[in-house]
Design a protein around this ligand. Structure first.
Ligand code: DSN
Length: 446
């Protein structure tokens, strides 16, 4: 049947929209923001990016995050939404779930967490009642504050106790974990964190958890990419639940994932996350997570994961050869934790100096650190981002040499540090300049 178009309006009255509302990119629409985007693009291009929780996403991930899914609101899960018009959102989220399950070889994935913290809060809410015990790695040993830390909501959702590492080697003290577990009978044991650079003995923690009937959560945020690339031990089948962020070594959108093989836990997690700790999922972020998860299933990603590990190990080895101790003496992850105590330096001051030298990282506490946590005696480096741009082991060693030069300069009271920082900044920019990155947009953001 042919239906003639129904003409009600003449030219649409869109006087409530400013000119260019549907057409203009920020460079035309908002020059103040376009300027900041352009400056940030240049900063990223020229600096040696060693912040462990960063990476460079693909153009496809960027585009998915800026897509029309930004406009769509849904609440609930595919096929069970509160708002209509969700058919493509449903297909998108199902595809993201399918790819997450394939990437991590598990049965259930929740792709809605806005962040790693939301993912962890959902696990706490699903598994714990007020007064239940949780046993996690202490922040000073490298754990994360969303594992029951007092500064985070998770700290008021359970009675937390914390295990640490051995003084002699910086490795998790599994005997301490067992003895704390026997003493406190936690409902949940948490492994993983933000600054522990070594492979965790998941099997040992599974045994300890079973001895007291606890569930085991492994937060793989910092080494998820290496797990997918088979460059790091897999937390399944030992973990009951795995959480991760998607923007570090996984090289994707900002956000989180929750993974499990247990159907009852998967069902409990759905409600615990939404409406428990968040509402409408960020569909544009889920679109970008789906793109990222498609990328990690490509064969190239395994080579990337192995290269991250090789670079991190070369970087750690070079720092140590130049008299900068690293926590645990090396790494099995993208992370390298420098211990500045023997140099008498503070982490925060060195972060600022390295930033002036074009090398970005962050301070971190190290085990048995007695320094003010706002200063710390540690620096945390991650090799995931530089590796994405093609930095190789010799480049990683070169960056370690510049860092050692800066640190020794401060330790020896060199009065010409400003000159050294400026020289290294030029050399760092020259190292990074030939390495690929998407074209600068000059603030268009596209
Ligand atoms: N958890 C923070 C970090 O490790 O840097 C942010 O992802």
């Amino acid at each position: 049947m042919n239906v003639a178009p129904l003409i009600v309006n003449g030219a649409a009255d869109i006087s409530w929209l400013h000119t260019g509302y549907f057409e203009d990119a920020p460079v035309l629409a908002d020059p103040a923001i376009a300027r900041l985007i352009a400056l940030e693009e240049t900063r990223q291009r020229e600096s040696v990016e060693l912040v462990a929780s960063e990476n460079f996403v693909s153009r496809a991930v960027l585009a998915a995050q800026g897509s029309a899914f930004t406009n769509k609101t849904v609440v609930g899960y595919p096929g069970r939404r509160f708002h209509a018009g969700a058919e493509w959102a449903d297909e998108l989220e199902r595809l993201a779930i399918e790819r997450a399950c394939a990437a991590f070889s598990c049965r259930f994935a929740n792709v809605q967490p806005h962040s790693g913290i939301q993912a962890n809060l959902a696990v706490f809410r699903a598994l714990l009642s007020p007064g239940d015990g949780v046993l996690s790695m202490s922040g000073q040993a490298g754990g994360h504050f969303s594992h029951g830390g007092g500064s985070n909501l998770s700290g008021s959702m359970a009675q937390a106790s914390f295990y640490g590492v051995e003084r002699k080697n910086g490795l998790i003290d599994y005997e301490e974990v067992r003895s704390l577990s026997n003493a406190h009978k936690p409902k949940l044991i948490v492994a993983g964190g933000a600054a522990y650079p070594r492979a965790i003995d998941f099997a040992a923690l599974r045994t300890i958890a079973d001895e007291v009937g606890a569930k085991l959560l492994v937060d793989i945020a910092h080494f998820a990419g290496l797990v997918v690339a088979s460059a790091h031990p897999h937390p399944f089948p030992f973990a009951d639940i795995v959480t991760t962020t998607t923007y570090k070594s996984l090289r994707g959108a900002r956000g989180g994932l929750i993974l499990t093989n247990d159907e009852d836990i998967a069902v409990a997690l759905e409600k615990a996350l939404s409406p428990g700790v968040q509402g409408s999922p960020l569909l544009h972020a889920i679109a970008a997570k789906a793109v990222c998860l498609g990328e990690v299933l490509r064969p190239e990603f395994s080579a990337y994961g192995r290269a991250v590990l090789e670079n991190a190990r070369a970087f750690a080895e070079e720092l140590q050869a130049l008299g900068i101790p690293v926590s645990t003496g090396g790494t099995d992850t993208p992370l390298v934790i420098a211990d500045l105590r023997s140099l008498g330096l503070r982490g925060q001051a060195m972060v600022e100096s390295l930033d002036r030298a074009g090398i970005t990282c962050n301070r971190c506490e190290i085990p048995f650190d007695e320094t003010d946590p706002a200063q710390t005696s540690g620096l945390r480096f991650g090799l995931s981002a530089c590796t994405t741009r093609g930095l190789e082991t010799e480049g990683s060693r070169q960056v370690a040499r510049w860092i050692a030069e800066i640190l020794h300069g401060h330790a020896s009271g060199d009065k010409a540090m400003a000159t050294r920082e400026a020289e290294i900044k030029l050399r760092a920019a020259a190292l990074m300049a030939p390495l690929p990155l998407y074209p600068e947009t000059g603030g268009d953001g596209r």
